[in-house]
Design a protein around this ligand. Structure first.
Ligand code: ADP
Ligand code: MG
Ligand code: ZN
Length: 622
């Protein structure tokens, strides 16, 4: 038996106390209710004696060992009707009985209340005893299933918060688009299934595999697929569950987890968000965290403790390998690192195919068009997209998902929920100019992506939106492309300035300006695209609260800082000038487009370009 009576008592103590009060509260009034019968008026003992003397008392019933009497009396004060009255009697009232006898009043003593204390006691204990018995049964039963609530309930020991899935039911075919990671894992499945192939030639089976990649790329799915393919149990815990308020709890959880895993080998241990425990130790920011360090040390000890050939493989996932403690990455621990990235076009198409299998999709919907439109989407985003589209389809009572619902789904995932359109007003006009400004600058610049649509229907935070068709290859971006993006982003504000005047510009451009500044700053400090020259002056932001990020103070002099600011300003001013020129040169088209947009609320890219073509030439995009 895994539980002790002590632990049950500890557990049930509060329950007993609570039920005691409950019981008291619930039943006490009922028992006393039966005492006073229907007597709703009271009388003092003195008055009672007078009533006896006057011959007004007809009957006396004694209760509670003679402490209480319910009398039936009639008298002028009682409206000359027989009434039941309750009287509290003094402790010793020997004269009363004689008196009653003399007056020949009907007297009766009720013995039911002779032993109320015993009854109360039994009553009070009944519920708690029932509870303890049922609790014990529950514990005993759940202890047979590994990791059931019995585990979580055993007190004193750590609460084991890991989950166990005997069969994950996930196979490699459910994972798409991340082929390199899959290949790596197919080998691990072989380790688990046929360890003798490897041990025969003296090879050591790896103990730990670290999966690195952004959220939603299928890390958990992949880990489950290994367990599913190898047909072994899957133990999982999240790093954040190790880290507890109390020092030592995390470490004992690690011990429990490995103990349970060893009993069930071969198996997979999956530690999600390992960065929560595995962060670089000893940076001291935010105070040293003893608990976390102890947990990590325990994890390292456990990983060293089992032989490579016991058939346990620890898979851990993180989105930041750079902040992990180097001790974790040493050979013999997580010595294999597998990167899982945001899928490319082919990957997205494959993932869509997997998730489209169980959905009814119209035959003229081409998944490759969807894949084309969703660069930057993770596997989870794509799964979510198809699900959103299916929900929309059901809501519209259609029987198949069409491109329309998928489009709506994409928009919703990128920009948030659709709001209701503004009514015609000055601000709607201003927003229309702002959006058309973005769209026309984007269209007329050779290096800018094409407009996909312009809309005045609010979504999420945005009041109006201009969508551009994202280009597939986002990894290498040229200087002129960045500049084109800066100009496109400035297009909204620039149009406001020209059409409404300097004093009428609004706060609506704040997000645009943030992007503009950040792009310009990166051109100067990271990409070496300014007059300062090809210097890398800043790294990609890293969070100063996490491990190694600490040393990321800017390593340039104040003099350089001033130069950087000047360069940023120069780039933005230059782009602003050019943007203003485009707007001024095309004012007539802009006015025309704004009228159409206000009327239709959405113009799609094709139509947008057709209208512009009537007035001016659109450069061929590269
Ligand atoms: P992570 O653990 O990397 O954050 P998950 O594995 O939890 O991501 O993915 C969440 C969901 O997204 C999965 O359950 C699955 O439906 C879907 N998904 C993510 N990546 C893929 C993929 N490569 N292939 C198929 N489905 C995926
Ligand atoms: Mg996950
Ligand atoms: Zn804008």
């Amino acid at each position: 038996m895994k539980f002790s009576w002590k632990s049950i008592l500890l557990w049930s103590l509060p329950i007993i106390v609570i039920s005691f009060f409950l019981w008291q509260g619930l039943f006490a009034p009922i028992t006393s209710e039966s005492n006073n019968n229907t007597a709703n008026s009271r009388m003092t003992y003195g008055r009672f004696l007078e009533y006896i003397d006057m011959g007004w008392v007809k009957k006396v019933d004694l209760y509670e060992n003679g402490h209480t009497a319910i009398i039936e009396a009639i008298g002028p004060e009682l409206g000359n009707r027989i009434q039941k009255i309750r009287v509290e009697l003094p402790a010793s009232a020997p004269e009363l009985i004689t008196k009653l006898k003399n007056k020949q009043i009907n007297l009766d003593a009720h013995a039911t209340k002779n032993n109320p204390a015993l009854w109360n006691l039994i009553g009070n204990l009944f519920f708690p005893i029932l509870l303890i018995i049922s609790l014990a049964l529950l514990l005993r039963r759940s202890n047979n299933t590994p990791g059931g609530p019995g585990q979580a309930m055993s007190f004193g020991k750590s609460k084991a918060l890991f989950q166990i899935e005997a069969k994950t039911g996930i196979i490699f075919d459910d994972v798409a688009g991340i082929d390199e990671a899959k290949e790596e894992f197919e080998e691990i499945v072989t380790f688990l299934k046929k360890p003798e192939y490897f041990t025969a030639v003296g090879a050591k089976i790896p103990k730990g595999v670290l999966l690195v990649g952004p959220p939603g790329t299928g890390k958990t799915l992949l880990a489950k697929a290994i367990a599913g393919e190898a047909n072994v149990p899957f133990f999982s815990i999240s790093g954040s569950e190790f880290v507890e308020m109390f020092v030592g709890v995390g470490a004992s959880r690690v011990r429990d987890l490995f103990k349970k895993a060893k009993e069930n080998a071969p198996c997979i241990i999956f530690i999600d968000e390992i960065d929560a425990v595995g962060r670089q130790r000893g940076t001291g920011i935010g105070g040293g965290n003893d608990e976390r360090e102890q947990t990590l040390n325990q994890l390292l000890t456990e990983m060293d403790g089992f032989e490579g050939n016991t058939g346990i493989i620890v898979v851990a996932a993180t989105n930041r390998a750079d902040i992990l403690d180097s001790a974790l990455l040493r050979p013999g621990r997580f010595d294999r690192q597998v990167n899982v990235d945001i899928p490319d076009f082919k990957g997205r198409l494959e993932i869509l195919e997997v998730h489209a299998k169980n959905k009814k999709i119209d035959t003229n919907v081409s998944l490759s068009i969807i894949a084309r439109r969703t660069p930057g989407f993770s596997g989870a985003d794509l799964a979510n997209l198809l699900n959103e589209a299916a929900i929309l389809t059901a809501r519209e009572r259609k029987d198949k998902i069409t491109l329309q619902e998928i489009d709506k789904g994409i928009d919703r995932i990128i920009a948030g929920m659709e709001g209701t359109a503004l009514i015609d007003s000055k601000s709607k006009r201003l927003i229309a100019y702002h959006e058309i400004g973005h769209a026309i600058v984007g269209t007329l610049l050779k290096d800018h992506e094409n407009v996909q649509k312009v809309t005045l229907i609010p979504r999420g935070q945005a009041k109006g939106l201009t969508w551009f068709t994202p280009s597939e290859d986002q990894s290498l971006i040229s200087r002129s492309q960045i500049k084109a993006r800066i100009m496109g982003a400035l297009g909204g504000r620039a149009t406001e300035e020209i059409v409404f005047g300097d004093s009428e510009i609004t706060t609506g451009a704040s997000n645009d300006l943030q992007q503009v500044t950040s792009m310009a700053r990166q051109m100067v400090t990271r990409f070496g695209m300014s007059d300062i020259g090809p210097l890398s002056l800043e790294n990609e932001d890293s969070n100063p609260f996490l491990g190694r990020g600490m040393g990321n103070l800017n390593e340039y002099s104040d003099e350089i800082a001033i130069k950087i600011d000047k360069q940023i300003k120069k780039i933005i001013e230059d782009c602003h000038q050019k943007t203003i020129k485009i707007i001024k040169d095309n004012r007539v088209i802009i006015d025309k487009l704004v009228d159409i947009l206000i009327e239709k609320e959405t113009i799609d890219g094709q139509e947008f370009r057709e209208i512009i073509k009537q007035y001016t030439k659109i450069p061929k995009k590269i």
